[in-house]
Design a protein around this ligand. Structure first.
Ligand SMILES: [Zn+2]
Length: 218
């Protein structure tokens, strides 16, 4: 499944600091990917559907979809979305980073071996200055520089991934058992029993398959 279901949440309004024309603009509401992972770095990995396939279903199709995803997960706010939209960048580095995180995630989940080359990609991407922080009351919000949006957002994601992989919580990383789904998640359940990205998705399809196998005519 492509997991591009529609968002149930309302579009996020722009903060009232821009011109009147932009102030009325809304970040497009169509959801890029369901956030089921329980961790930002793993949700980032899950921006490809059927991720174990040789050619996954790419959900980050362009700069806009990447910024929309970053807004939907709360990494940037609507003002940054509109600001960075005026400075489009290629996604090659972002996809390269995502796949490196994904391969390490799979390895940590028990499906492979972590490579030094992938770790080096994460360390290189994480090794950039953090974006500015905009205060909204007492809460902070990343405000990437328009000319370095890709590098700075990538840096935040790489740092999140490294913090996870180099922590005891890494032992909680699991991978969905639904065919080629391959989505990663942080399994916080007691006894680490989670098997599916989503019970209503891969879980229910597996259940339907089991039902069919049990009841099919011999
Ligand atoms: Zn799944």
């Amino acid at each position: 499944m492509s997991k591009t279901a529609k968002s149930k949440t309302a579009a996020t309004p722009l903060q009232p600091t821009r011109s009147r024309a932009i102030r009325k603009a809304l970040v497009p509401r169509e959801l890029i990917a369901h956030q089921i992972a329980g961790h930002l770095a793993l949700d980032f990995c899950n921006t490809a559907g059927e991720h174990l396939r040789a050619r996954p279903d790419e959900l980050l199709r362009d700069w806009e979809s990447f910024l929309r995803w970053a807004t939907q997960v709360g990494l940037i706010g609507p003002p940054s979305y509109f600001e960075l939209m005026r400075h489009p960048e290629p996604l090659d580095e972002i996809i390269l980073l995502r796949e490196a995180i994904y391969r390490i995630g799979l390895a940590v989940a028990g499906a492979g071996r972590t490579s030094r080359a992938d770790l080096d990609i994460l360390r290189r991407c994480a090794n950039v200055p953090r974006p500015e922080i905009e205060l909204n009351g007492n809460a902070g919000q990343w405000r990437p520089a328009p000319s370095h949006g890709s590098k700075q957002i990538g840096g935040l994601l790489a740092a999140e991934a490294l913090s996870l992989f180099c922590s005891p919580r890494a032992a909680r990383i699991g991978v969905c058992e639904g065919g080629n789904c391959g989505w990663l998640f942080l399994d916080e359940s007691r006894g680490k029993k989670r098997r599916w990205c989503d019970m209503n998705d891969c879980g229910s399809r597996a259940k339907a398959r089991r039902y069919y196998e049990k009841h099919k005519p011999s």
